[in-house]
Design a protein around this ligand. Structure first.
Ligand SMILES: Cc1cc2nc3c(=O)[nH]c(=O)nc-3n(C[C@H](O)[C@H](O)[C@H](O)COP(=O)(O)OP(=O)(O)OC[C@H]3O[C@@H](n4cnc5c(N)ncnc54)[C@H](O)[C@@H]3O)c2cc1C
Length: 365
């Protein structure tokens, strides 16, 4: 584990990055060669992020350029295929989308280890406020030792879906999905799929469920639309339905609640303003259709880090906006699938779409 201290050593840095998730880590990696770099994390490190821990080929391809993903963070089964599952009509469509099955906490810890020693890391330490002018960005940090004021030439908000940096930049409030994950004991084998299940009759606030084996537990994750009422009651019902049909799904070990950005327009995808850049989920960079976000985090992180390293601080946002425009376009392309994915009629019609077409579309989600 890297050296982590609760307070920063200096009062001014060339680059400060807020958030030690995949976006923040890749940003810090690329910003570091250009000068002093501080990575600030509000939580304890190594951190825990509620997640399915499924790595898309895009993530694996990017990370292969830094270090091989170690075997000891990969769970059994090592890979799973994405499968669509209309629960009530018993329609199952296996796709060719293969996902690597990792322990997300170990993955984040391993990723932190790729950082060069020149990156200073502080945690737990929270960014409480920030302002910027033509010369610099000023921010207030709060740690167990009190509040400090720091300045930097560029600041990168990589602070996730509930980003403080995004809000302080004045980006209009973006709605959030509610996610609940039950990690349950596995009393026997279940099919080795990332099973994306839609169950009728749960309610209008319910989007979908996924079930995936992860070593000796299974992850039963459910996604609920913003403003959903009492999602835990729906979660209880879904887990009950699944257990009745799949006796291998045992007792719940832990239930986690989290949120994710409900990106519905390209206006929700924001590169930054002035001297402040937004990377990963803080910038709205995640798939609006599948919720897959790690590949977007690592890819925008490295673009943001390179933009601050290769440009005058005042030009970094423009350079990053240009470099990330392809990713923004990729997100915009996915919006066209939303009406089908989110309507009852669309979900019903999907059951009649031939398997090869379902497989092909899945690669675009
Ligand atoms: C239930 C669930 C399942 C998911 N499953 C998958 C999956 O299987 N595969 C996939 O690719 N994606 C998945 N995602 C999405 C993925 O987890 C995120 O998109 C990804 O982690 C985003 O990375 P990030 O670095 O942008 O932000 P995060 O990983 O959210 O990291 C942000 C960091 O910023 C820190 N922070 C926040 N505020 C402050 C502050 N004020 N000061 C300092 N630090 C701060 C936080 O503590 C956090 O550590 C899932 C998401 C959810 C909710």
């Amino acid at each position: 584990m890297r050296d982590v201290s609760p307070t920063p050593k200096s009062e001014h840095y060339r680059t400060i990055i807020v958030g030690a998730g995949p976006a923040g880590i890749l940003t810090a990696y690329h910003a570091a060669p250009a000068g002093s770099t501080l990575l600030v994390e509000a939580g304890l490190l190594p951190r825990y992020k509620s997640c399915g821990g499924m790595l898309h080929a895009h993530t694996r391809r990017t990370l292969a350029e830094y270090a091989p993903i170690p075997d000891d963070i990969i769970l059994d089964p090592r890979t799973v295929l994405f499968r669509f599952h209309d629960w009530d009509r018993k329609i199952k469509k296996v796709t060719s989308l293969e996902l690597l099955n990792v322990d997300r906490a170990l993955f984040d810890e391993w990723l932190l280890g790729i950082l060069p020693p020149s990156v200073e890391i502080v945690a737990p330490c929270e960014v409480r406020s920030l302002t910027q002018d033509a010369e610099k960005v000023s921010l207030t940090l709060r740690s167990g030792k009190g509040d400090m004021i720091l300045t930097c030439d560029n600041l990168i908000g990589a602070d996730g879906g509930r980003s403080k940096v995004r809000r302080d930049l004045g980006v209009p409030n973006t709605a959030q999905y509610v996610t609940l994950q039950d990690f349950v004991h596995l009393e026997g084998p279940i099919e080795p799929y990332f099973d994306c299940i839609y169950i009728r009759g749960i309610g209008e606030d319910y989007a979908y469920t996924y079930v995936v084996p992860k070593g000796d537990v299974a992850d039963i994750g459910c996604v609920y639309y913003p403003q959903s009422k009492q999602p835990w009651l729906m979660q209880n019902e879904i887990v009950r339905i699944l257990r009745a049909a799949m006796p291998a799904l045992g007792e719940t070990v832990t239930r986690q609640a989290c949120t994710a950005l409900y990106v519905r327009s390209v206006d929700d995808v924001v590169a930054g303003e002035g001297r402040i850049l937004l990377a990963g989920e803080a910038g709205g960079f995640l798939s609006p259709t599948s919720g897959e976000g790690i590949s977007y985090a690592v890819n925008t992180g490295r673009l943001a880090g390179s933009a601050v390293a290769d440009n005058d601080p005042i030009d970094a946002v423009a350079a990053y906006r240009k470099a990330s425009s392809g990713i923004r376009t990729n997100i915009a392309r996915k919006f066209r699938w939303l009406p089908m994915m989110e309507s009852r009629a669309g979900k019903y019609v999907a059951g009649f779409v031939p398997q090869p077409i379902v497989s092909r579309i899945t690669h675009e989600l």
